[in-house]
Design a binder for this molecule. Structure first.
Ligand SMILES: Cc1cc2nc3c(=O)[nH]c(=O)nc-3n(C[C@H](O)[C@H](O)[C@H](O)COP(=O)(O)OP(=O)(O)OC[C@H]3O[C@@H](n4cnc5c(N)ncnc54)[C@H](O)[C@@H]3O)c2cc1C
Length: 457
């Protein structure tokens, strides 16, 4: 009996811990175990601290516009602890022809931006007449068909800021199912957005980016606190069916459960599931990132804002940089500024192989052309993400269909986590809440998706 559970959750990253939280709230009577292969919970979420300087290995912030995430923060008592950086107050910049330009955040800014020519601005309106293509397309092909090629650098930075991805590979249907739905229903994205505003008033206004003074790991610390059902340093290596039960093998023992929730990044889940059913792809591509944390003392002139992103065509070394100490004060000693520059991503994985000193030197050489930064930085540290950001590319819709069929064929199995229904913290918290609803009602999880994926930074 010791090894018998009602629910086993594999993975104690944000997904697994959120699922455990929502499940505990809704069905406290269930006997649940959470199995985590590492000796710490949190997965991709990990905060770095040294000598008064603070950075993130994984996520730097998430937007406060998702009800499920707000509920989670309220439940765990973190609502009063968040640091917020409202998008309306903190501008985001794009590197355009070697200079930083504010990214338009409103239709009015779009009209006056130098990022588009007059013809380019008019071309945006062609969306109103362009017949929606039914088939899936890459984000790049879709955006240039609907809005014209001039808009591509802005779309490029949007997918860099979320996926560290490549707009010529990511699937529009997988990344923005909600926008596609609006487009197909209204015959145009602009018209669809206008209709949506009419039917859902009060959802306008820009959200804020949030983190915690102690860093993103604070959320994990609180979610994992007092969990005597969390088995660390325990890796699941095999799954099997036994009648209506699931047998979950770890190096130490075999556990039995009625409900098995795989709260894992897509590739980790696929590795365990291929023994049960053949997925349409063996693995999805990933984007790894190095975060080069750099702090500067007197003399640094960093524009007020979130940070900047550079489209690929600018040919720069860094994907962009967050002005972290502007957004979230307290990440470096007073009178200093702390930047976190991102390198690598889907297009330049080889850059992560460079020695740390070279990465720091190359990032400094790149960014110091865009703003005044004294040399050398008073602090520098390279944080290489352990996991990769799953890329929702052209075969992702087929993978989602396979997941739906598998969950239907194998009752009691639920696949949630990094890269299934999106890649952001809000996406995985939302998916966790939806999974728990389905478990509580003993039905299959339907994958109603987040309408518009936000840019995280
Ligand atoms: C570099 C980077 C930057 C990011 N930036 C942002 C951002 O700014 N904003 C944002 O919203 N999101 C961001 N994200 C995404 C965010 O981190 C994820 O949405 C979220 O952390 C995913 O949580 P998860 O639990 O699904 O997956 P993970 O965090 O990967 O956790 C999965 C867990 O499962 C465990 N596991 C794997 N295999 C097994 C096994 N066989 N047995 C037992 N345990 C196993 C792993 O050890 C891990 O702890 C970023 C991600 C990365 C990598």
């Amino acid at each position: 009996m010791k090894n018998n559970f009602d629910v086993i959750i594999v993975g104690a990253g944000l997904s697994g811990l959120s699922i455990a939280h929502f499940l505990g709230k809704q069905r406290p009577e269930l006997k649940v175990a959470i199995i985590e292969k590492e000796d710490r919970p949190g997965g991709a979420i990990k905060t770095f601290k040294q000598d008064g300087f603070q950075g993130e290995w994984g996520p730097h912030g998430f937007l406060n516009n998702t009800p499920e995430s707000r509920q989670l923060l309220r439940d765990v008592g973190l609502e009063g602890e968040v640091q917020t950086a409202p998008l309306g107050d903190f501008r985001r910049f794009i590197c355009f022809e070697g200079k930083l330009e504010p990214l338009p955040q409103s239709p009015k800014m779009l009209l006056s931006t130098p990022l588009l020519s007059f013809a380019g601005k008019l071309r945006l309106l062609a969306d109103l007449w362009k017949k929606p293509r039914q088939e899936d397309q890459t984000i790049g092909a879709w955006a240039s068909y609907r809005f014209g090629r001039e808009v591509l650098p802005m779309i490029d930075v949007a997918v860099t800021g979320t996926f560290a991805g490549d707009l010529d590979r990511l699937s529009i249907d997988a990344v923005m199912p909600g926008v596609r739905q609006l487009e197909k229903e209204a015959g145009s994205v602009l018209r669809g957005l206008k209709n949506k505003k009419k039917t859902a008033p009060g959802q306008s206004g820009l959200p804020a980016m949030i983190n915690f003074p102690e860093g993103m790991e604070r959320l994990i610390e609180v979610l994992a606190a007092d969990r005597d059902n969390l088995l660390l340093s325990t890796s699941v290596h095999k799954l099997a069916r036994d009648g209506n039960d699931w047998l979950v093998s770890t190096e130490q023992e075999v556990l039995r459960t009625k409900v098995l929730i795989m709260a894992l990044p897509v590739n980790s889940a696929l590795r365990l599931l291929t023994g049960l059913d053949k997925p349409p792809v063996q693995e999805v591509p990933g984007a790894r990132i190095a975060n080069v944390v750099m702090a500067f003392g007197a003399g640094a002139e960093v524009p007020r804002g979130f940070g900047y992103l550079a489209p690929e065509r600018e040919g720069r070394f860094a994907l962009g940089a967050m002005f972290s100490s502007h957004m979230f004060p307290g990440r470096c000693p007073e009178n200093h500024v702390l930047l976190e520059a991102l390198v690598g991503g889907r297009r330049h994985p080889e850059r992560l192989d460079l020695p740390d000193e070279e990465l720091i030197a190359k990032v400094y050489a790149d960014i110091s052309k865009l703003m005044v930064l004294p040399e050398p930085p008073v602090f520098a540290k390279v944080l290489k993400s352990v996991g990769a950001i799953p890329q929702l590319e052209m075969d992702h819709p087929a993978l989602l269909k396979w997941r739906r069929d598998l969950e239907e064929k194998m009752p009691g199995l639920y696949l949630s986590g990094f890269g299934w229904d999106g890649i952001g913290m809000n996406d995985v918290i939302k998916s966790a809440a939806r999974t728990v609803e389905a478990v509580a009602e003993s039905r299959q999880a339907d994958s109603g998706q987040a309408p518009v994926k936000p840019v995280y930074f």
